[in-house]
Design a protein around this ligand. Structure first.
Ligand code: ATP
Ligand code: LTN
Length: 334
């Protein structure tokens, strides 16, 4: 029996992933890879839409892949690869761009936000077509589900529209994928600014817990996390965003329910609670960090694993691309 297909990816936009990436994405990917035929990519072509130092981008790409594996994505079970290693992504993106409306792409809120921030001269055409490349990633693999954060939902909806339009115009070619959006509790906020999403590219890193941080540094950040003057460990997103965020992290990493954690810390101060959370974080990330650093000590072996997986990915992707080229009427090279 063929398992349904799953596709997801992350940009190599930092040296380390942060706890939000781990809880909001990697923990689910790890689970879902058991019941899906999963493809996970490090989307380095997408990362080119931000300014990058070339040597650093290469390093971040390796580091992101190493952290996927260290967090439990199994490269012998799931196809974990680097996007640019499979040329079909860029090729399908071109074809899809010819069936994407200019207005349609212009309505993407991520593009509107970013282009407004950068100004029109610093906004590249690549940033505009970013969602079309993402649609190519997904459609090449005849994907059934795409687990992503809320912010990417609109891009997956566009992907569905493009697939349906292409199928209607040229005959059934693509599986129409479903977005799988994790619930609100899986959203992790910045420890210093608990109403803003924790993010790899946050302006200050004081409120970001990095997977590859030294445990002592993470502990310090947790002890300094913004709370409130109420003094009780209780979940109340509206009035106690800082404490609620820490509770969500605690619950996600231990697999425990929030009320049970509230009970455990009833009548105890924030200090005790934070100390316990620091231990949970150290226990969870200590081994992940060690495994990732060990892999990064042997980049040749990591590159080899990525090459094997890129070849697996290309087999699937090339078949879809060949079908697309035929359907749209490109002359085959003999
Ligand atoms: P950047 O700042 O470069 O945009 P990011 O840290 O916000 O990076 P992405 O690379 O955009 O993260 O996202 C990768 C995956 O991690 C996505 O599935 C996204 O939903 C998830 N993710 C990112 N940040 C969080 C968060 N704070 N809480 C829950 N999930 C998150
Ligand atoms: N745009 C996504 C990263 C991404 C992706 C994908 C996610 C690129 N291609 C395909 C799922 C499927 C982001 O910024 N998180």
């Amino acid at each position: 029996m063929n398992k349904p297909r799953l596709y997801s990816g992350m940009q190599p936009s930092a040296d380390s992933l942060q706890v939000g990436n781990y809880i909001g994405a990697l923990m689910q990917w790890r689970e879902l890879q058991q019941s899906y035929e999963a493809f996970f990519s490090v989307v380095d072509l997408h990362a080119l839409t931000q300014p990058n130092d070339p040597a650093e981008l290469r390093e971040k790409t390796r580091r992101t892949a190493a952290q996927y594996i260290a967090a439990g994505i199994e490269p012998s079970k799931s196809t974990l690869y680097v996007q640019s290693h499979v040329p079909a992504h860029a090729e399908l993106a071109w074809v899809l761009s010819t069936v994407t409306g200019f207005g349609e792409a212009g309505r993407m809120t991520q593009f509107k936000d970013k282009s407004q921030r950068y100004g029109s001269d610093a906004t590249s055409v690549g940033l505009f077509t970013y969602p079309v490349l993402m649609a190519a990633d997904i459609l090449l693999y005849q994907t059934d589900i795409v687990p992503v954060g809320d912010d990417q939902k609109q891009h997956v909806e566009l992907t569905r529209d493009l697939a349906e339009r292409f199928n209607a115009r040229f005959g059934t070619t693509f599986q129409v994928p479903m977005p799988v959006i994790q619930q609100d509790t899986a959203r992790i906020y910045d420890l210093q600014n608990p109403t803003a999403k924790m993010s790899k590219s946050a302006e200050s890193d004081a409120g970001v817990l990095w997977l590859l941080d030294d445990p002592a540094v993470s502990a310090k950040k947790i002890m300094r996390a913004v709370t409130d003057s109420d003094g009780t460990v209780r979940y109340d997103r509206e009035n106690k965003p800082g404490v609620s965020n820490l509770l969500v992290i605690f619950a996600a990493l231990t697999g425990r329910q929030i009320p049970a954690i509230e009970d455990e810390f009833a009548g105890r101060g924030y200090g005790d609670f934070k100390k316990a959370l620091a231990e949970v974080v150290t226990e969870e990330f200590g081994p992940v960090r060690a495994r990732a650093l060990e892999m990064l000590d042997d980049p040749a072996e990591l590159d080899r694993v990525l090459a094997v997986n890129a070849a697996k990915a290309a087999e699937v992707a090339d078949a879809t691309l060949a079908d697309v080229y035929d359907k749209v009427g490109l002359l085959r090279r003999v």
